[in-house]
Write a new protein. Structure first.
Length: 527
């Protein structure tokens, strides 16, 4: 088990490191490859990857029920490594965006399949303990990523922030190939697969993930936040979601996201909480470096160090909460506490400005980070406790789909709030209007602000940037408050389940669905 968990943890580490290591290098990458402000967000730590990750996440869990876990996990790692190598060799923003998309497909498979494999090899009551190991890897990568990105960018080249994934991924693959053994299960034949798989559901859900968050949509959201095209894009999303719900509810095939996942107030609340939590996580993690580098004039390395409170607070909270969940077999207290802390942290971040002290920056972001860290594992464990064993892969995939959509939307909404306000405030500075400096700042070259002269003009631009960033957290605070309200609707489900030893997979014990009032009532699992 130690070797298997090492392999799974290393796999998660490589995916997480790639998501955080690029944050402090983004301004340098954008400048070196002559990107725009839209490219900054699109190429950044998340948008392109999350687009492709979200487009395929609904597929991985159910497909692994058909072809097996390993036939999804190993190719996912291979795709991610291929994308990493190509990103390091990119010569243009378009090439880099395409390679980030390839990374996203692999990363989505890694994220989902690690959690699905954990459900296969770890009992529900122990899942918090082992989940804390996975969460700890996310945390370590979150801590090391920004600093390592700054060091590699300043001392070597930004290309190494992608190439560093290759040895990590190779080690993870070797560990899993030699150590991971799963219970034998009956797989569908190719004919049965064609007859039963929900191809239409996959297509519709991919359209939900991809079309609304396409590059055209993203650029429109960032650059024309109040245009007709943006309004149209915001309308398309709910329409596609409604269509996906109709398709999944009426299909006679193996539904990618079974409608029964959304039939109780607990599961609906947990999905909504995961969606809003992802928005808050992305707004804090993605735009704080802009505050540090643009407003304070920090280097990529110092910017990475200042992200320590968010990363360290979140990772430590994730590990500790996972261990306590295993010991107490309770998830709701941590869901309540996490949503409350995240709401408080978002409110405090609103007060940050160009005059804020280092203590305020670190302290407020620490509170936000701890609140965010509380909510990585408990909502997923609570969701799995509320569902029968036969739906573990489906509910895990649906959970990460919702979280991925929230992450992507968080980038877009934050970009709209920030870019629209920044453009308005810069136009209000007469000495800057129409100059190349204004165009450079709007394109995301925030490092050049400290070179502006005279000092009075520089201060006006810094204030404009600071006030524009504040808009993001003004938007985030009520969303975080909504997560707290949703957490109050979550009911308790027991994490204890019975296990029955069977000699053959086809003799698996029958599974009994969870009772909404009393939790598990004797559910069994073949091991």
């Amino acid at each position: 088990m130690v070797l298997v968990m090492t392999g799974l943890a290393t796999t998660v580490f490589l995916a997480s490191l790639d998501s955080t290591i690029v944050t402090t290098a983004l301004p340098t990458i954008t400048e070196h490859l002559h990107g725009t402000a839209s490219d900054y967000s699109w190429t950044g730590a998340y948008s392109t990857q999350l687009l492709c990750s979200g487009a395929f996440i609904p597929l991985w869990g159910p497909l692994s029920d058909v072809v097996g876990r390993k036939l999804i996990l190993y190719p996912s790692i291979a795709l991610f490594l291929l994308g990493s190598g190509l990103c390091g060799a990119a010569t243009s923003m378009s090439f880099l965006i395409g390679c980030r998309a390839l990374q996203g497909v692999g990363e989505g498979g890694i994220i989902v399949m690690v959690q699905v494999v954990l459900t296969d090899i770890v009992s529900l009551q122990d899942r918090g303990k082992y989940g804390s190991v996975i969460g700890g890897c996310w945390g370590i990568a979150s801590i090391l990523g920004p600093v390592l990105g700054g060091v590699l960018t300043e001392r070597l080249s930004w290309r190494w922030i992608f190439w560093i994934n290759l040895p990590t991924g190779g080690l993870a693959t070797l560990l899993l190939m030699f150590c991971l053994n799963l219970n034998p299960t009956r797989k569908l034949t190719f004919k049965e697969f064609l007859q039963n798989f929900d191809f239409l559901g996959v297509y519709v859900l991919r359209k939900v993930s991809a079309d609304v968050n396409s590059r055209h949509a993203h650029r429109s959201l960032l650059m024309t936040g109040n245009s007709r095209s943006t309004i149209g894009l915001l309308v398309v999303g709910p329409v596609l979601l409604l269509l996906a719900g109709i398709v999944e509810s009426r299909t006679t095939r193996m539904a990618i996201i079974p409608p029964r996942l959304f039939r109780t107030r607990t599961t609906l609340s947990l999905f909504g909480l995961a969606f809003l939590h992802a928005i808050g996580f992305m707004c804090a993690n993605f735009y704080l470096p802009v505050m540090f580098q643009g407003v304070n004039g920090d280097s990529p390395l110092i910017s990475g160090v200042k992200l320590f409170p968010v990363a360290l607070g979140g990772s430590v909270a994730t590990v500790i909460v996972g261990l306590i969940v295993t010991a107490t077999k309770r998830t709701r207290p941590f869901i309540w506490s996490g949503t409350a802390l995240m709401t408080l942290g978002a409110g405090l971040l609103i007060t940050l400005s160009e005059k804020s002290s280092l203590g305020q920056e670190m302290g407020f972001s620490l509170i936000e980070g701890v609140g965010i860290g509380f909510l990585f594992q408990p909502p997923l464990i609570a969701l799995q406790a509320a569902m029968p064993l036969k739906d573990m892969a489906a509910c895990t995939g649906a959970f990460y789909l919702v979280r991925t959509l929230g992450c992507t939307l968080g980038i877009s909404l934050g970009g709209v709030a920030f870019q629209s306000q920044l453009a308005i405030r810069l136009r209000a500075i007469p000495a800057l209007t129409g100059t190349s400096a204004e165009a450079s700042i709007l394109q995301g070259n925030y490092k050049d602000i400290k070179l502006l002269l005279p000092a009075e003009l520089r201060q006006q631009v810094i204030v404009a940037l600071s006030r524009s960033l504040r808009t993001i957290y003004i938007m985030l605070a009520p969303l975080a408050g909504t997560t707290f309200l949703l957490s109050l609707l979550v009911r308790h489900y027991s994490l204890e389940r019975n296990f029955v030893q069977k000699t053959r997979p086809e003799e698996a014990a029958p599974q009994i669905a969870a009772d909404e009032k009393g939790g598990e009532v004797g559910e069994t699992k073949s091991v």
